[in-house]
Design a protein around this ligand. Structure first.
Ligand code: HEM
Length: 105
């Protein structure tokens, strides 16, 4: 990978790539893990919702033995369950970033 040199003191720092990798791993692991684990916990507590979701997922699986990407897009109830998990157990409840006025074109 080729990085352009810039005047930014962060990107020129020798630890820049290491820091990016650490951010990527941290940001990607804990967020997905927490939402998945807590959504599965909710499904374990609510058998009726779990049953309905299992039926929706099993239908195309039984027809084709595997689930294609296109079929995955059609799983409306799965989408709703994941959205509800993200809403209920939000991994990032707030964002503390702000715009820097001088960088807005
Ligand atoms: C449920 C899953 C996830 C949630 C709720 C989530 C949420 C967020 C939020 C709110 C931000 C801050 C965005 C901003 O400041 O504008 C962020 C940034 C970031 N996320 Fe995620 N994320 C998730 C999954 C992942 C995954 C799977 C990866 C990587 C494999 C990832 C990598 C990153 C990185 C690298 C940043 C920093 C981006 C930057 O510096 O501009 N995230 N995420």
């Amino acid at each position: 990978m080729r990085l352009e040199r810039s005047d930014c003191p962060f990107t020129n720092h020798p630890d820049f790539i290491t820091a990016q990798v650490a951010t990527f791993l941290l940001a990607g692991f804990e967020t997905s893990f927490a939402v998945l684990a807590l959504t599965l916990y909710e499904l374990a507590k609510q058998a009726d919702i779990q049953q309905r979701l299992r039926r929706e997922i099993n239908e195309p699986v039984h027809q084709n033995t595997s689930l294609t990407y296109d079929q995955l897009q059609q799983l409306c109830y799965l989408h709703q369950v994941v959205c509800e998990g993200l809403r209920t157990y939000s991994s990032a409840a707030f964002i503390n970033r702000g715009c820097i006025p001088s960088q807005i074109p």
